[in-house]
Design a protein around this ligand. Structure first.
Ligand SMILES: [Fe+2]
Length: 225
């Protein structure tokens, strides 16, 4: 696979949203669990970006990246994607292609570079031990650093075929432990502060308030700001 190197041509925001929502719908048709995960991550990352002072438009664009960040998993066989046990080396390699697959699709649809970069790099780690490129520190696009914390928070706090859900408090601790190794310390500080200042039940309430009909991750709670 070739990593995208050309500049994506930014379409209008409306065009971008339409394409992302169609791609999100393709995730839902393929695997509801992955879709629900993407939906919650979109909400969390939008809130986190706003909490960190991002302008609303930039936070929304990052939410769109969250909505399709695991799009590449729809190209992985069901036996691997839904396997309720540990993966073999070759199966893990198949799964680990998903950020590149998604970035290639987004590139083909002329999605903005900011969305493409966040999706491509959401499994990079601050210490350089992530994938697909092994980027480290500030070489990882900022949006991807936010996405990675929101992604892991949701994975920890929701059940999977191979593990039970952990509490928000346990997830908070795990994310704190990853500051400076898996995650950007500044992003971890902002995220934990957001959890402290905004009771966790609000996050869950907002996840449920997501507009299923339009895939819109912010309509239910971002108006009037
Ligand atoms: Fe992922």
């Amino acid at each position: 696979m070739i990593l995208p190197t050309l500049e994506a041509t930014p379409g209008t925001r409306r065009h971008t949203r339409r394409v992302i929502y169609e791609l999100a719908e393709s995730i839902r048709e393929r695997d509801q669990v992955t879709y629900d995960h993407c939906r919650r991550v979109a909400i969390y990352v939008n809130r986190l970006a706003r909490f960190m002072g991002w302008p609303r438009a930039a936070a929304r664009e990052l939410a769109l990246a969250g909505l399709v960040h695991d799009l590449g998993k729809t190209w992985v066989h069901n036996e691997v994607l839904l396997k309720p046990a540990a993966l073999s080396q070759s199966e893990r390699e198949m799964i680990e292609k998903h950020p590149v697959t998604a970035a290639q699709l987004l590139w083909a649809f002329d999605m903005p570079d900011t969305i493409l970069d966040a999706v491509l790099c959401h499994h990079e780690r601050w210490d350089g031990r992530g994938y697909p490129k092994g980027l480290s520190g500030e070489a990882i696009p900022l949006g991807a650093r936010l996405l990675s914390v929101a992604d892991v928070f949701d994975v920890i706090t929701t059940p999977r075929p191979y593990k039970a859900a952990m509490s928000v408090e346990a997830a908070r601790e795990r994310i704190r432990e990853g500051a400076g190794t898996a995650f950007d310390t500044g992003v971890v500080e902002a995220f934990t502060q957001m959890l402290d200042e905004q009771p966790a039940f609000l996050l869950w309430a907002q996840a449920r308030a997501f507009d299923e009909a339009t895939h819109d991750p912010w309509a239910a709670h971002d108006s009037g700001e």
